[in-house]
Design a protein. Structure first.
Length: 465
């Protein structure tokens, strides 16, 4: 049996790449169902593979949103004094402090690596989307043309997540519907963004029967163009996204099911109804590592509705309330995204001057009853305000790392002025393995299996933003 239609090759040893025999695809509602050879090579089989790509994307988004939140300044691990430890940092503490321990590849390089779950699911999403298009070309008809457009967007969004969060030098091994595995060398960050733009543009060139997928393609292209520094193209990408345009959302289970997290948003597993930490002991604090965002409103002021916070009943520490059991939707692309893209493009078009860029920012704020924010004299202060707005709008959606990196790459900010730095205070001071300071890792690298199995790949070009 081949799982996930020959799912990500570096996690499995594959003897063949044909679709002979029995295969298993993810059901969009979370299960798995088996299809035999004849079933896959059909219109129904193509649709099954297509839905499997969406299911894989859902899982990947859930994982990366949690990992990025810890890796940046959105959430932190609870200090050791609340939950104790055995003297050794756990995986969340390593992420939170951006510290790499062990996991040295065969070339002697150490890095903080994508979790194997995320890497498998994100590559399954893009490979299944590509395979679905190939199947639709052979077995589809006019009724599946829109699904081809959607599949382009799914593949593009998967690559966009790799570009925003991964090191420069991410391979895109391909597994065609029929034929041999096609290993690749690493793509630079710019090449990944460019490939995502190309795929999104292919999606936009085709017929859509689902407007929310059209929103995903538009916003996705805008985000990828921001990554490239192509601000005018970014603005053009979202020109048709209006306030009335349907958002693209992923729907997850409403509650954590013990023993299965395949469809659950990982944040829901850390916040129970009573606001007690359950799994990862994550909490929200202002100014993590000196540079962290001020997420909590000052005492006596109303908390910003974009970053809902509550207090744990047992530890009286602030915890996120954006994703809990009663909020099963995760927005990937919306009019708000388009407004922030327009604002950034306008700010750059005007050389960081003027107040025109504040138009889309304040339109977005008014849509939820927030008062207007005003212009600032300093050009860099305007940049800071823009990224503060982005941080609040897109809190816990897996975009924060991409935004921090873009500030370094395109706005000439110093790494140590953007990422949390300095003393790390959450480790047990009695531990011989205590983490003393934030580490100097700023991106995720592929898992060790990539170098072990992909003979074309030689590791990241660099681990800087």
């Amino acid at each position: 049996m081949m799982s996930y239609i020959r799912t990500f090759v570096l996690t499995l040893v594959l003897a063949s790449c044909s679709l002979d025999g029995i295969v298993s695809v993810d059901d969009p509602e979370g299960g798995a169902r088996e299809l035999d050879n004849k079933s896959v090579k059909s219109k129904a089989g193509a649709i099954g593979v297509y839905y499997s790509s969406i299911a894989s994307l859902k899982k990947a988004v859930s994982i990366i949103s949690k990992d990025v939140a810890l890796f940046t300044d959105e959430v932190q691990v609870m200090p050791y004094l609340y939950f104790g430890d055995n003297g050794r940092p756990n995986s969340d503490e390593l992420l939170d402090s951006r510290t790499a321990r062990g996991a040295t590849d065969i070339l002697g390089n150490t890095a903080i690596r994508f979790s194997s779950d995320f890497y498998t699911h994100i590559n399954s999403a893009r490979i299944h989307a590509s395979q679905a298009r190939q199947l639709f070309m052979q077995y589809g008809d006019s009724s599946t043309q829109s699904l081809v457009a959607n599949a382009y967007s799914i593949e593009a969004y998967a690559i966009l997540l790799l570009a925003e969060n991964g090191c420069s030098g991410i391979p895109l091994t391909d597994i065609p519907f029929e034929g041999s595995v096609e290993y690749t060398e690493g793509y630079t960050t710019q090449e990944l963004f460019a490939k995502a733009v190309s795929l999104f543009d292919s999606s936009l060139s085709m017929m859509h029967d689902s407007i929310h997928f059209y929103t995903l393609a538009r916003v996705g292209s805008g985000r990828a163009n921001l990554g490239l520094g192509n601000f005018e193209d970014a603005a053009l990408s979202v020109v048709d996204v209006e306030q009335s345009s349907p958002s693209f959302t992923l729907s997850y289970s409403e509650a954590f099911t013990p023993g299965s997290n395949s469809q659950d948003n990982r944040f829901w597993t850390t916040t129970s109804a009573s606001l007690d930490p359950v799994v990862a002991f994550q909490y929200v604090e202002n100014g993590e590592g000196i540079n962290g965002m001020e997420w909590l409103s000052p005492p006596g002021e109303v908390q910003d509705p974009r970053v809902p916070i509550g207090l744990s009943s047992s530890h009286a520490v602030p915890q996120q309330r954006k994703f809990v059991g009663g909020n099963p939707e995760f927005v990937l692309a919306s009019w708000i995204d388009a407004q922030m893209i327009r604002a950034e493009a306008t700010l750059n078009r005007n050389g960081f001057a003027g107040i025109e860029w504040l138009g889309p920012v304040n339109d977005a704020r008014r849509s939820i009853g927030l008062s207007d924010t005003s212009g600032l004299e300093s050009p860099m202060a305007r940049v800071d305000l823009l990224f503060r707005e982005r941080a609040f709008w897109f809190y816990l959606t897996g975009t924060r790392l991409g935004d921090l990196r873009r500030q370094v790459r395109q706005y000439d900010k110093l790494i140590q002025d953007v990422f949390p730095v300095g003393e790390y205070t959450k480790s047990n001071p009695n531990s011989t393995s205590r983490i003393l300071f934030y580490g100097d890792y700023y991106v995720f690298a592929p898992p060790l299996s990539e170098i072990e199995y992909n003979y074309e790949y030689s590791g990241c070009d660099h681990l800087n933003p």
